[in-house]
Design a binder for this molecule. Structure first.
Ligand SMILES: [Zn+2]
Length: 451
């Protein structure tokens, strides 16, 4: 009897020990929630965001509150409570919280503030209130959008034309540029012109109107400003041209493409030509737009009009709308995106302006092609060349020999196809060859005093 009583006692004590251990380990645990990660983009702007990762492994999360405090002002940004079971605690052991808030609308001002997080867990400690984590961080609020001042006067543009927009921005920016009809052009900063941005822009040849043109800047806090730019679009007519494709031309030119491109239809030379003139032309133009998009050099090397191929006749213009015929049958259309200049066969080709060679290779319909970066997103392209006298990476001077003319690619006779691009847009090279245009649209803007 005594033995049984002792055994019972031991069992009761054991149960008590287990129960109390459970209670202390799980229900009265003393570990507050842990803030594992905070992602903040600082300074905080008009539209601020914070991502916080919290966990409480034992009793789970009971409540989270986030405040922003500046001087005497304190606002609750976020509050969440989690269901708590009296025996099992909270099921929420971990949480990722994304908090969005607009400090300006909540009445805060630019300057220092404190971000405060208070989190409680489901422990029975502190009279069932749980363990509390208090976390604080000093943050900087920037609630002002960047101020933009456009320095260049009204900007005249034609479809296919370029211009230079100059502006100032009141504070450091994450990105800036000019947007025309939804297309962004990047502004560049140049040595010797503190606080100024230079943005070469272009109106693509297939756009006859501008629906909007503005400078856009985003500061480090993500505040965005837009300022309209004054512009005037001049009409421009482009020529219409007929090109007859002969059997002799097909026999002479198509093998060059069949040899290089396995996708070209091989059973019929006319089919091959149509493929080259449409699919390959488009592909090549996209490739060029990609290569000639952003300048990798920190200078602008153009201080004179472009140098034209010497003693050459102009055979075709930028923007010529060409219709192709074969034995009187229309077989396609294309817009000519450069100037065709013909001199003697194998004429030496000079660089139109100082710059860095960024491409020297075979490029489909353009044959052997050189592309030069002149800075500010301005590029020149030389096509149908015999070979290359320069290589990518070379810095070439205006007038320096870069290659000789030839008929590589889709060229009927020996000539230079000369093109210009502004941030990936093919532009009218004649503007850049015209001394008056280059002076008034571009060079004078570097001399203009800053107000
Ligand atoms: Zn051409």
């Amino acid at each position: 009897m005594k033995k049984l009583f002792s055994l019972l006692l031991v069992l009761v004590v054991l149960a008590l020990v287990v129960g109390l251990s459970f209670l202390f380990f799980f229900k009265l645990e003393g570990q507050p929630p842990v803030l594992e990660k905070v992602v903040l983009r600082e300074p905080l702007g008009k539209k601020a965001q914070a991502t916080l990762v919290l966990f409480d492994k034992r009793s789970g999360l009971r409540e989270v509150k986030i405040y922003l405090k500046q001087g005497k002002q304190e606002k609750l940004l976020f509050e969440r409570t989690y269901p708590v079971d009296i025996v099992w605690g909270s099921k929420t052991k971990a949480q990722e919280l994304k908090v969005s808030f607009e400090p300006l609308k909540l009445g805060f001002r630019s300057g220092k503030a404190r971000l405060i997080l208070a989190a409680r867990d489901a422990s029975w400690r502190n009279g069932l209130k749980g363990n509390t984590l208090i976390w604080e961080k000093e943050v900087l609020l920037d609630l002002e959008s960047p101020r933009i001042v456009v320095l260049s006067p009204i900007h005249y543009l034609v479809p296919g034309g370029s211009n230079l927009v100059v502006y100032k921005i009141s504070e450091p920016v994450r990105r800036q540029g000019v947007v025309i009809n939804g297309r962004p052009f990047k502004g560049y900063q140049l040595k010797g012109y503190p606080h100024k941005f230079f943005c070469l822009v272009a109106l693509p040849i297939d756009q006859k109107e501008i629906s909007h043109m503005y400078v856009e800047a985003e500061d480090l806090a993500g505040n965005v400003s837009r300022l309209p730019v004054a512009y005037y679009v001049r009409k421009k007519r482009y020529r219409h041209d007929v090109i007859n494709i002969s059997d002799a031309f097909l026999k002479r030119k198509m093998p060059e493409f069949l040899e290089r491109y396995p996708d070209i239809p091989r059973d019929d030379l006319l089919k091959a030509f149509i493929y080259v003139n449409t699919v390959l032309r488009q592909k090549n133009n996209q490739e060029i737009a990609q290569i000639a998009r952003h300048s990798k050099i920190a200078e602008f090397y153009v201080d004179k009009p472009f140098l034209r191929l010497p003693k050459a006749a102009t055979r075709a213009l930028f923007g010529d709308h060409r219709t192709y015929y074969y034995h009187g049958r229309k077989i396609g259309t294309a817009v000519h995106l450069g100037l065709d200049l013909a001199s003697v066969a194998r004429a030496p080709v000079p660089a139109a302006a100082t710059g860095k060679v960024i491409f020297a290779d075979y490029l489909g319909i353009y044959g052997n092609t050189i592309i030069i970066d002149h800075g500010l997103g301005l590029f020149t392209l030389y096509a149908h060349l015999a070979g290359f006298s320069v290589a990518p990476g070379d810095l070439v001077k205006r007038g320096q020999l870069i290659a000789y003319t030839d008929t590589t690619g889709l060229a009927g006779g020996d000539h230079l196809h000369f093109a210009a691009l502004v941030q990936g847009v093919f532009v009218e090279p004649i503007e850049w060859l015209d001394p008056h245009w280059v002076k008034t649209r571009v060079l004078d803007k570097f001399k203009a005093p800053t107000p």
